[in-house]
Design a protein around this ligand. Sequence first.
Ligand code: ATP
Ligand code: MG
Length: 577
Amino acid sequence: MSEVPKDTHIRTSDESERRSDAPAERSLNFIEQIVEEDIANGKNGGRVHTRFPPEPNGYLHIGHAKSICLNFGLADKYGGKTNLRFDDTNPVTEDTEYVDSIKADVRWLGFEWENEFYASDYFDQLYTFAENLIQKGYAYVDDSTAEVIASEKGTPTEPGKESQYRTRSVEENLDLFRRMKAGEFPDSAKVLRAKIDMASPNMHFRDPIMYRIRHIHHHRTGDKWCIYPMYDFAHGQSDSIEQITHSLCTLEFEVHRPVYDWYIDKLAIFPSRQIEFARLNLTYTVMSKRKLLQLVNEGHVRGWDDPRMPTIAGLRRRGYTSASIREFADRIGIARRDNLIDVGLLEFCIREELNKTTTRVMAVVDEKPIKVVLTNYPEGQVDEVAIENNPEDPASGHRNVPFSRELYIERDDFMENPPKKYFRLFPGGMVRLKGAYIIKCEEVVKNEEGEVIELRCVYIPESRSGSDTSGINVKGTIHWVSVAHAVPAEVRLYDRLLTVEDPSSEEGDFKDFINPKSLETVQAFVEPGLKTAQAGDRFQFIRKGYFCIDDDSSPEKLVFNRTVTLKDTWAKEQRKS
Ligand code: ATP
Ligand code: MG
C-alpha cells in the first residue's frame, strides 16, 4: 500500500469538499443536496436530467473528466439521464476530429449518453426565440462598432451608456435582424443585443450581445447561417429545449446566471437551473484547451495524446485506467470555491490500482547495464525460476523466468566503494537475485576507460528462493535478466511537463516553465515473456514503477511508457536538486 499523499489539497476548500482520505461513505455534496431537495419537492416530477456540453475545439482533459463524472454520476445516482451536447456555436475553432475524440473519451471513461445533440441543431429554434424577444421589445439591433459598444459598457463601478440604437422600433429591429440573417451585411456590421439594464452592477447584464454576423462555414450547418448566437444566448436555451433539470457548470459562469435566467423568464420556456462548481486545477499542469493547443501546434509535445498531456487521450496512453480517473474525480469531490489539487493525488489513484492489478516483471532499465557472470554456474545451462506474478493477489500465481550464467543488472545496483548501509552489490558483497540465488561479487572487470563492465560472482546453490537452506542473511534483493534471453526495449520516462506548481500564478508565458527533461528515452532489457505484450498492457517493473506498452510498440521493437513511479519520488528529488 502506498500512502495517500499528505497535503493533497492546497486548501481553499469549503465544507462540502471531501478530504482525500475520507471513507467511501460520504455525506452529500452541495449539488446532491440541491437535487435531493428538488426531488423531495416534486420539482420537474422528480426528474433529473443533466448534460455534458463540450465545445469541440480541442481534446478533453482531466478537468472535463471531473465534469463528466459529476454530470453522469449524478444522473446515475438519481435514476436520471445525461445528454452529450456539443456546444458548437463558434464556427471558427471547431472541428469534427474533436467531436470524434470527445465521444471516444466519454465512452472510455465509462459513460453512455442518452442523446447526442449539437447546439447548432437549435439554430432555427434559437433564431425564433430571438425574433420572439424582439417582438416583445426585449432585443434590438445595434449598428455600433465593437469599440463603441465596449466604451459604452461602463465599468463595474460606473453605469454604462445606452446605445443610440436602443430605441429602434420593433418593426425596424425585426427587419434588420431578418436582413442580418439573409446575409445583407458584412461581418461585424451589426449585432443583436438584449435590452436589459445598462446600469446593472453585473456587467453581463448590460445589454449582452445575442447574435453577431460571421460569414463563416460551420462544420455542421455549412453555409446556411451567417449569424451565430453567443454562448449566453445559446446555452441556457439549449438546456431548456432539452428540458435539462440541473445545468452544472464551472464557477466563472456564476456571473452569467442572471442572464441565463432572464432569457428563460422572458421567453417563458422550460426553467433549467444553472448550478456552479469549482473547476479542477492541478499542480504543474495547464488545463485550458487554448494552451494545450499551443503545446501541440508548437511541437512541445507529440500530439494531443502525448503521455505528458493532461488530456484523457494522453492519460490513457500514459497507462491510466478509466477507473483510476473516476476514483480521482470522486476523491477530489465537488467544491464551491476554486482550489488547486496536487497532481500527486492523481498519481496516487493509478498507483493504488496498478499495485492490485499488474504482473511484476523484471526489466533492467539501463542503457549500459553491468554483466554479472556466475563463474560456478555451468555454461549453457538454463534454469527456470518462479517469479510471483502479484504478491497483492495470491490467485495470480507464478511464472517461470529463464536464469543462466550471464545476467544483466542495473549499473545503479553496484558500487565499487559503497557507503555504509549499502545493501546492493559491491566487491566482496552479497545480494539476492530476485526469485533466484544469493550471489557474492568476487572480481570487478573494467574496460580501458576504467568503466565497470562485468562482475565475476559466485552463486550459492543452497540459497535458491523458496528452498533456501544456506543460512545466509542478505539485506538487498535486486532484479536481473538473463543476457541470452533479454529482449531489448525502449522505455520512455516522463516527468512533469511544467516546472512550477501553479503556472497560473506565475508572471509571463506558461511556456517559459516547460520542463526540458519531461521526456527521457532510455534503452532497457526486459524478460522474454514481455515479447508478446500488446498495446495497453500494464506491468510493474520490479523496483522501478508501473509501465505500459505504448501505441508505438511492435513485436520488433517494444516501447514502454512509465505510467508512474513506485513511490512518490518527486518531492525527494526536488529536495536533492
Ligand atoms: P477550457 O478552458 O479548457 O477550454 P472550457 O470550459 O472552455 O475549458 P468546454 O468544452 O466549454 O471547455 O467545457 C465543457 C464542460 O466542462 C463545461 O461544463 C465546463 O465547465 C467543464 N470544464 C471545463 N474545464 C473544467 C475543469 N478544469 N474542471 C471542471 N470542469 C471543467
Ligand atoms: Mg468553453
